[in-house]
Write a protein that binds this ligand. Structure first.
Ligand SMILES: [Zn+2]
Length: 313
């Protein structure tokens, strides 16, 4: 019988210009019996609050005496971005989730990526990487990358078979080891946080049962929509977005041509752009809540095509 326990330790990254140390907390949970080592990461993007809280609840919910193997939980992978509540690292403006596996002689975000990879690569058997819509948008789906059944076990109603982004942590793990990776996109924009927190915690706990980390019956996935085609609508102009579809319509389907929102110039009030549903059955995967600031090229909507989607019973 191994010694079970919980340990908090820190990954040192670098000394910042201010003299403060940049370090990342790791919660290491070790069960009394053998099993897989599951990595759970959140906060790679600094404005994604919901996944950080999902990790806290999961870590605190786990009965260590029942755990098989280990869980390596990193609730806040990019503390500098969280400090500024920005998606990217403010110090070098880089998106941490585009620079994995990082570089020892690189920018700060690359140093951070390299530190995370050096720790995670030799230790984990699979990765659950949690994201959300960030400060403004709201999302609700799970990627299907290299393990369909593991993705299904998170119990989200919508899944997307997309390739994950080059330079993301998930892509790095898949390309270097082909260990199972699930990326979940949970809530955001301060919309319906309680229901997304519940969805995230329930999903991760069920995935841990499926992986054999926790005892108990694996809940059967509900009927799920597996999207194969997704449009990421990137606006030509910034301004103030006045949404017609809102976060409560996330997951619903609207017909082609439906007005989703319009961008007005913040100063002149002129209409700059209108956004319309592109496909016959447009599945709303990422909308934006109330009126909000929109940057050129940002994620204004993510829209699935339901006609080509597969319904998973
Ligand atoms: Zn993210």
């Amino acid at each position: 019988m191994k010694k079970a326990g919980r340990n908090l330790h820190w990954l040192p990254v670098t000394r910042l210009a201010s003299g403060m140390d940049l370090k990342v907390a790791v919660h290491l949970l070790e069960g009394p019996t053998d099993g897989p080592t599951v990595g759970i990461t959140a906060g790679i993007h600094g404005d994604e609050l919901v996944p950080i809280e999902v990790v806290r609840r999961v870590v605190e919910n786990i009965d260590i005496g029942l755990l098989r193997g280990r869980i390596i939980a990193i609730p806040l992978a990019n503390p500098l971005a969280f400090e500024a509540f920005t998606r990217n690292t403010p110090t070098d403006m880089l998106n941490l989730n585009r620079v994995f596996p990082g570089a020892a002689g690189g920018w700060l975000s690359e140093l951070l990526a390299g530190t995370l990879v050096d720790y995670l690569d030799p230790n984990i058997d699979c990765l659950l990487d949690l994201h959300s819509g960030g400060a403004i948008p709201t999302v609700d789906y799970v990627y299907v990358l290299n393990d369909l059944e593991l993705s299904r076990s998170l119990l989200f109603p919508t899944m997307y078979r997309g390739s994950s982004y080059p330079g993301s942590l998930g892509t790095h793990i898949i390309e270097s080891t082909d260990k199972p990776v699930v990326v979940a996109e949970i809530g955001g924009g301060n919309q319906y946080d309680d229901s997304y927190l519940e969805r995230g915690v329930n999903g991760v706990m069920n995935a841990l049962r499926r992986l054999g980390s926790l005892p108990g019956e694996v809940k059967k996935a509900p009927a799920q929509t597996l999207l194969g085609k997704m449009s990421i609508v990137r606006p030509r102009h910034g301004g103030i977005l006045h949404p017609e579809v809102r976060a409560e319509q996330l997951g619903r389907t609207v017909p082609k041509g439906t007005l989703l929102g319009r961008t007005l110039d913040a100063q002149t009030f002129e209409l700059l752009e209108e956004f319309h549903a592109p496909s016959e059955q447009t599945h709303l995967v990422l909308p934006r809540g109330g009126i909000n600031k929109l940057h050129p090229g940002d994620y204004s909507y993510m829209l699935g095509d339901l006609v080509s989607a597969k319904q998973m019973p």
